[in-house]
Design a protein around this ligand. Structure first.
Ligand code: SF4
Length: 349
């Protein structure tokens, strides 16, 4: 029998939830792409990226055959680039191991790169009607509040408790898609982080956080750690109208993307250019200073523009001179996109 919580949610989703999203189709490839893009990213941000990504990579075969650089270029600006690399790897795996047909159970999907338990369940529920429980960040918040579960939801014991609750509340397979979408919609449209709209909530009548006035304290926040701060100097090396970009190693931050060369201090810029890049440069000018926040640390970035002497240059596959226009069309991290958009060059003559 479908639990009371699920009945209320399904009914509400059909009346008030989101039912016209472009990935609400039966094609597992499109559903998978949306679920990966929606990790840590809101629907409104994902929509334009989803469309342009699909125009370039309309199916899993096209994605599997594409160069990784192309995939990263279409992902550029969406952040968390490991998602794009794993998407590419998973597409190659699906073509090589499954002949291009999507694995059709949550258990098999969870074996693909970049697909965790909750994402696998969401794809299986939407694409194949499997009765599988999801537990992403929004759902953790909804269940912690509704069931009155205290403790940081990232902690293993709390997660296990929430997974049990998520599974107990599942409806019959026939309604699984509406229910799963309903949980997602409730988390983002009603039971929001800072101001849950409890009077509009379909499950308010037995919500423990509402009953006990705990909506501000549940879910229990993550124990605070002091933020780690790193700093770097990015060198905007100009030669005429061109700028030099280096491709970052495949793993680590901004893995595989094209980025400005970096050194540890503005004072070492000339020496770095000569010894590491084989370039003679004139003394530079600081053009911008700003911070970019990653999940685990803050990066303080100084952008130093320097001019390379004519006739010097590099010749390897990980370094390339780009026009600014071409740089903006390749896979570059969002902070560099901002720098290039706000500092049109050439800056030094
Ligand atoms: Fe969230 Fe309020 Fe609904 Fe409880 S009643 S689940 S706190 S929106």
């Amino acid at each position: 029998m479908t639990p009371h919580f699920a009945q209320k949610l399904i009914h509400w989703q059909q009346q008030h939830g989101r039912n016209d999203l472009p990935w609400q189709v039966s094609d597992p490839y499109r559903i998978w792409l949306s679920e990966i893009m929606l990790q840590q990213t809101q629907v409104a941000t994902v929509l334009p990226y989803y469309q342009t990504f699909l125009e370039r990579f309309p199916d899993v075969q096209t994605l599997a055959q594409a160069p990784l650089d192309d995939v990263l270029a279409r992902w550029s600006g969406l952040g968390y680039y490991t998602r794009a690399r794993n998407l590419h790897l998973a597409a190659q795996h699906i073509v090589a191991q499954h002949g291009g047909a999507f694995p059709n159970t949550a258990a098999q999907l969870a074996e693909l790169p970049g697909i965790g338990r909750s994402t696998a369940a969401a794809i299986a529920a939407f694409a194949f009607g499997e009765r599988a429980a999801i537990l992403d960040g929004n759902v953790r918040r909804v269940l912690a509040r509704h069931a009155g579960i205290a403790g940081y939801t990232g902690a293993n014991t709390v997660q296990e408790q929430l997974w049990r609750i998520a599974e107990q509340r599942l409806p019959n397979a026939e309604h699984i898609a509406s229910y799963t979408q309903g949980l997602m919609d409730l988390g983002s449209l009603v039971c929001s982080r800072s101001k849950p709209n409890c009077p509009a909530c379909p499950v308010q009548e037995d919500c423990i956080a509402l009953r006990d006035d705990l909506t501000r304290t549940l879910p229990t926040p993550k124990p605070k750690k002091e933020q780690v701060v790193r700093s770097t100097v990015m060198l905007l090396i100009e030669q005429g109208d061109a700028i030099l970009l280096l491709q970052r190693p495949p793993s680590g931050i901004w893995g595989g993307l094209w980025c400005l060369p970096e050194c540890d201090s503005t004072l070492n810029a000339s020496q770095y250019c000569q010894s590491t890049l084989g370039l003679q440069v004139c003394s530079g000018e600081i053009q911008a200073e700003f911070s970019h926040t990653f999940t685990h640390f803050r990066l303080d970035i100084t952008v130093l523009a320097v001019q390379a002497s004519v006739g010097t240059g590099l010749a390897d596959s990980q370094s390339r001179w780009f026009s600014r226009q071409a740089a903006l069309q390749t896979g570059i991290p969002a902070p560099l996109r901002k720098v290039l958009s706000t500092l049109p060059g050439p800056l030094l003559r």
